[in-house]
Ligand binder design. Structure first.
Ligand SMILES: Cc1cc2nc3c(=O)[nH]c(=O)nc-3n(C[C@H](O)[C@H](O)[C@H](O)COP(=O)(O)OP(=O)(O)OC[C@H]3O[C@@H](n4cnc5c(N)ncnc54)[C@H](O)[C@@H]3O)c2cc1C
Length: 510
């Protein structure tokens, strides 16, 4: 089975040259482009560029199904592959298809987004919909999705193919734990509706499935009543163990904050802000008085949602929860913003960075899930020895509860009940050979990964990236076999998401 799906390196050039003409003959509501394909060879990571042969701009689900069915029927003689491209915010070419077909999922409009109110409200959306649009639409009904990513200009299909994690995940689980139903086009071109009850194996395969089993064309997302406002809080620690103990305490409480994250501050003066968000404390003078003196500090970031009429009650609740924590007492920074401002906080920074040409730089990000029992060792080594001078971008760190993850999905997490997301969100200065250059950051990432490996920390990569199938096998561990079985059931020719580099389309010798 593995052999069948894995690499057989034979290139059929005759077949390659006939690709566009066979696609051109397909009856479609949307259209293909064969010339202006360069944009699909780029992504947020800005490091990998694979030119596709064609881009499909689908107007309907049947455009996607017909295209994939056509490629499926070409069989293993064609090396043509298909990648869904959400908003192109992958980091290492995951939404690209070298000489293949890229499906621009944002072109898939309709049927319209639909919100259903009632006891268990939900919204039906296209797989190419941006989360920011879902937020605005559901707010019209006083509702909101429960689980988010830090940045909302990502598509539903893109984040559900990974997991979708943010400061709400400790309570609600990742975004893949908040989906009721999907419509999927498999690697054979079949359109299948799936959920917990119907076609449940496909449903679980696709969630966290790195695009390997089907293209998500629609998703039903669970909603809850939306708040108006957010009390947004940052407090600082100089001791990592106290910081982590407090984070774990807060995620274990029944009644707690609605959002719990944290980040590491390495050798910085602008303590409270980074590109991830512009935080305006209510008392900016007090904030400016606190100096880090070159120390590494840990910032606990919290948010409590509320409606205007409950402001006082919420304030008391927050005071009570904060009184149990061990942060540096002079470092309580508070801000109050609307719910939309809070959730869309990263976009404000994006606009600023874009205007300075600092958004489209290489982003050699590294995201890790670390078991709770190993987080202190990890912090000692990484923040004590490896990252001491600069982090070249935000370093997020926060715990989540594994009980909120469904182990039937394809997402891979560490074994323990609690694990941390640690995200090194670095930006490299183009053509720099110094500590802010790509080579330096990649070397640091390598040192971090090598340390994790040597110290047997049981770490799993999030938004994983590997170059060999052995590494993928190690990533999936005991779940590799089921991953391969699912691949052979739903995408037996390995047509889908070639940019993940897990399987290669089988082309037999002839
Ligand atoms: C600024 C920024 C902040 C981020 N913050 C977070 C965060 O807080 N939490 C978090 O979890 N992630 C975060 N991410 C990572 C993000 O979730 C992934 O990069 C995601 O892949 C981006 O979604 P996209 O819509 O751009 O998908 P793309 O990058 O276009 O696609 C990613 C993968 O999914 C596949 N895919 C895309 N659409 C579909 C579909 N409809 N059906 C099947 N497969 C599909 C692609 O083929 C590809 O393999 C962030 C990324 C950025 C750039």
């Amino acid at each position: 089975m593995i052999l069948f799906l894995s690499c057989i390196a034979f290139r059929n050039n005759l077949c390659l040259s006939s690709i566009p003409s066979t696609l051109k003959s397909l009856p479609l509501d949307g259209h293909f482009t064969f010339d202006e394909v360069h944009f699909a060879a780029k992504d947020f990571g800005n490091r990998y560029q694979f030119l596709p042969a064609a881009i499909l701009h689908p107007k309907s689900v049947s455009d996607i199904a017909n295209t994939i069915k056509h490629i499926w029927q070409m069989g293993s003689h064609s090396e043509l592959t298909v990648a869904a491209r959400g908003h192109g915010h992958a980091l290492q070419g995951q939404s690209q298809a070298h000489r293949g077909v890229v499906i621009s999922m944002e072109s898939l409009q309709g049927p319209e987004m639909q919100v259903y109110t009632g006891n268990s409200p939900y919204v039906d959306v296209s797989g190419g919909e941006l989360w920011i649009n879902i937020l605005h639409e559901s707010l019209k009904y006083g509702l909101t999705p429960k689980s988010w990513t830090d940045y909302l200009h990502l598509t539903v299909g893109g984040t559900l193919s990974n997991a979708g994690v943010s400061g709400q995940a400790f309570q609600h689980g990742p975004q893949i734990s908040n989906v009721n139903q999907l419509e999927v086009v498999t690697g054979k071109g079949d359109v299948v509706t799936c959920s917990e009850k119907h076609n449940s194996d496909l449903f679980h395969s696709v969630l966290g499935g790195l695009g390997q089993f089907g293209i998500i064309t629609r998703a039903r997302i669970s909603l809850e009543p939306a708040p108006d406002m957010v009390k947004w809080i940052r407090v600082l620690y100089s001791d990592f163990a106290t910081f982590a103990r407090d984070q774990e305490h807060l995620i274990s409480l029944g009644r707690t904050f609605d959002y719990i994250e944290g980040f590491v501050i390495i050798n910085r003066t602008g303590l409270l802000n980074n590109w991830r968000s512009s935080f305006n404390p209510q008392d900016p003078i007090q904030a400016s008085h606190f100096k880090s003196d070159g120390r590494t500090l840990f910032c606990l970031e919290l948010a409590k949602y509320f409606n205007q009429d409950k402001s006082d009650v919420v304030h008391q609740e927050i005071e009570h929860m904060l009184s149990q924590l061990g942060y540096i007492t002079s470092t309580l920074f508070l801000s109050e913003v609307t719910y939309v401002e809070f959730l869309d906080r990263v976009h404000v920074s994006e606009v600023k960075l874009r205007s300075k040409g600092l958004w489209e730089v290489p982003h050699p990000w590294l995201n890790l899930f670390i078991p709770r029992s190993k987080i202190n060792n990890f912090a000692d080594e990484v923040f004590g020895n490896i990252l001491t001078e600069t982090s070249n971008g935000p370093v997020l760190i926060y715990p989540v509860n594994k009980s909120k993850w469904d182990n039937r999905t394809s997402a891979i997490t560490p074994e323990e009940d609690t694990f941390y997301l640690v995200a090194f969100l670095t930006s490299a200065v183009p053509s720099s050979t110094g500590t802010d250059g790509l080579e330096h950051i990649l070397t640091q990432n390598k040192r971090i990964l090598e340390y994790c490996e040597k110290a047997h920390l049981g770490v799993k990569q999030y938004l994983p990236h590997y170059t060999t199938q052995e590494e993928w096998q190690a990533h999936f561990g005991p779940r590799w076999e089921i991953f391969v079985q699912r691949k052979s059931a739903y995408d037996p020719l390995a047509v889908l998401a070639p940019g993940q580099r897990i399987f290669k389309k089988a082309i037999p010798f002839s």
